[in-house]
Structures are given as C-alpha cells and as structure tokens.
Ligand binder design. Structure first.
Ligand code: GAF
Length: 381
C-alpha cells in the first residue's frame, strides 16, 4: 500500500469516517549545494519517490491528528497555536496551521491522519515532507489556492518559528516544487526556480542513496553553530550574505577571518560555484560528468565545514572505490545519507561494497536504495 492509501486507512480506523482528500509530499535528496540556502546561495535538490501523506476531512472545531506508529490522537485548538504550544511530531502539523493563520489564510478545523515512507532522522527531510503534505491538504480543504513557492515559504516558517529549527528554504521548496526527472535549481535569494533535466535512468545511470543509520550527533546545535558562524562572517566581510563573496574575492576574504571561520566561508563560496558548475554540465546532458563536483563537495563538507561523521566518509570512499562517478553526503550532516552517482548496472555492487566497508569498520549495517527524481506535492486521493 502507498502512504496515501495507508493514511486513508488510518483515517478510517481512528476517526471512523472517510477523508475528504489525501495529499502527498516527498522527501528530498540534495544533489549539491549544502548549507548554501541560508547564505542566500544556490541549491540543487530533487524530490524522492518516498512521500509523506496527509488524509484530511473537516471537523467541528480544533484540529485532531494521528500518525502511523503513534498511538491515539493529538488535539489542539487556537489556544495552542503559539510556538511551544504543541510538542513532539504534532508540532510540525500545528506549526503549519499556525503559519497559515499568521499569513491570514483561514484554516478549517480538521481531522488529519499521516503515513510516510520517508526515512525519519536520515537527513532526507521527513519533516519538510510532513509540513508540505499537511499544508497542501489544509489549503485544499479550505478551498484556497496559494502559489507553490508561497506554500514552501509558509512551511519553512512553521519549521523555523513554531518548531524552532533555524533551517533554510531548500527542503520545503524541494517537497513542493520538484518535477519528475529533473533537479530543482533554486536561487535562495531571489527564489527563482529552474527545473534542470536530471533523468538518470534514461542515461543508464542511477542515484544510489546510502542511509548510514549513523546516530545523529548534536545535529541541532551544530547546524545553528554553522549558521551563526556564516552570518557573523558575512558581517565581518561587510556583505549582506556569503553569497556575495565570489571565488575571485575569496583569498582576500579569508585573510580577514579567523582560521575556523575562513574554512566555513571557503566551503560556502566554493559550494555555490560547484552548484553553478553542476547546472552547467547537466545542461549539456552529460550527467556522469558531474561526478567530480559531487566528490569535491563532500571533501569540502568534511574538511572545511566539518559536518561529516566517520560512517558518512566511509560510505563515500567505498562507493568511489567501487566505481561511483561521484559521491557525497546529502543534507544537513552529522549522520544521515550519502548519495552516489553510479552506472545503473553497478548499483547493487556499489551498495554491497559500502556494506562490506561498514562491516569491516564495525559500523551498524547501512540501508541502500536507488531513487529516481520525482515530483513535488500532489493530491494523491
Ligand atoms: C537541512 C536544512 F533544513 C536545509 O535548509 C539546508 O540548510 C540543509 O540542511 C543543508 O544544506 O536540511
């Protein structure tokens, strides 16, 4: 059963009624452009086939939500709609209701059931998938129409201001705006979007995602720290954001920063350039040729931005050794997933090579799966 069908079934079980609509929104992998979004830079994510589905129907008052894997239901009303008013997983749902209210979009009282096949806590944006599915479902239920980019912005507000995670706009944009067979080239300053052909299967290639299953270590604090260092560095350099430092201007900029800040800034500036270079190559149709840029991005995250962990580095090295064109950690870091660009025929062999390397290193086994670039939020039922 798809997550949409499971959400619909769960709705029936918990609320003894049928949903009025079911919406789905995908997790994402980021092809390249890490930690550049909150520096007003460039990102190039694509949507995963794995989605979170939200089944909804009107209610008399307030909001009642349930989710697969969690007993019972959680209810909240207008009195709970301030940051901290709802905790745990239901905060992502309440945050969406809050963000819509804040934007003056009337949200109908509703019952909501959620099911997902996006791995949780793996750096594949399960939270953005939930926010975007719930948001699209509630907007639909209320009979409103909101531009997709605005929906992404409101979902980000839910995450930033209600849940309290200081993330950028990439994940909610990918969950909302992506198209099948394409990567989403997003300028995080102007929010200009371009869909870049990325039909790996048609090119005889595959994107292998390796979930390292490495326990996330201090993710929230480390993410906030990286963001704070980037913003402080932009102030020192007297630019609005690190996006405004060019590769040519980098040597001068680095000389004005302390050693750690200099490395953080070098990652952001070179990573923005790598996104632009990747887009340029993808436009030629030679997908395999982006491999070295993916690997260079990983090296930069490992050495300069320092957001990788041994499991992630091991997965990248093993994938490259087994013949991947390029490999890198994807997402915020400190655990999570690696993506490797491989010949489709080699995907299983690369996955086995990574598993063997994990065993040799004494790590818990990883989970590997091939993903196709998929579409953003859609009405599923
Ligand atoms: C997380 C955040 F949510 C994104 O906004 C982005 O900063 C990413 O980490 C790193 O590129 O997924």
């Amino acid at each position: 059963m798809t997550p949409a069908q499971r959400a619909s079934r769960l709705f029936g079980e918990r609320f003894d009624a049928a949903p009025a609509a079911v919406w789905a929104a995908p997790g994402r992998a980021n092809l390249i452009g890490e930690h550049t979004d909150y520096n007003a830079g460039y990102v190039l994510p694509f949507a995963l086939p794995q989605v979170t589905a939200a089944a909804v129907a009107p209610a008399d008052d307030g909001w009642t939500v349930c989710s697969e894997g969690h007993d019972g239901t959680v209810s909240f009303g207008p009195e709970n709609l301030s940051p901290g008013g709802v905790s745990d997983w239901a905060a992502y749902v309440a945050g969406v209701v809050w963000a819509l209210n804040e934007a003056g979009v009337k949200v109908p009282p509703a019952r909501i059931a959620i099911a997902s096949d996006v791995p949780i806590g793996a750096g594949l944006s399960s939270s953005a998938a939930m926010e975007c599915a719930v948001l699209a479902a509630l907007v639909d239920l209320g009979g409103a129409t909101l531009p997709a980019q605005y929906q992404a912005r409101l979902a980000q507000r839910a995450e930033n201001e209600f849940v309290g995670a200081p993330t950028g706009i990439m994940d909610q944009s990918a969950a909302t705006l992506s198209r099948a067979g394409q990567a989403l080239f997003l300028d995080c300053r102007t929010l200009a979007v371009e869909h870049i052909p990325f039909d790996v299967a048609a090119a005889g290639l595959a994107v292998l995602v390796v979930n390292t299953n490495a326990p996330h270590r201090h993710v929230d604090g480390e993410y906030a720290d990286r963001r704070a260092v980037c913003e402080a560095s932009a102030r020192t350099l007297r630019v609005p954001a690190l996006r405004d430092v060019s590769v040519a201007g980098l040597p001068d900029a680095l000389g004005r920063l302390d050693e750690v800040a200099a490395r953080r800034v070098r990652h952001i500036v070179t990573e923005n350039q790598r996104v632009l270079d990747t887009v340029k190559i993808l436009r030629t149709g030679d997908i395999a040729a982006i491999g070295p840029l993916l690997t260079a991005s990983h090296d930069s995250m490992r050495d300069d931005f320092e957001i990788t962990v041994p499991e992630v580095d091991t997965a990248v090295s093993a994938a490259l050794k087994a013949g991947a064109y390029g490999a890198r950690m994807t997402g915020g870091g400190f655990g999570g997933c690696v993506l490797a660009l491989v010949d489709a025929a080699d995907a299983d062999a690369v996955a086995s090579a990574v598993a063997s390397a994990f065993e040799a290193a004494g790590f818990a086994p990883p989970d590997s799966f091939v993903v196709a670039p998929s579409q953003g939020a859609y009405r599923a039922l």
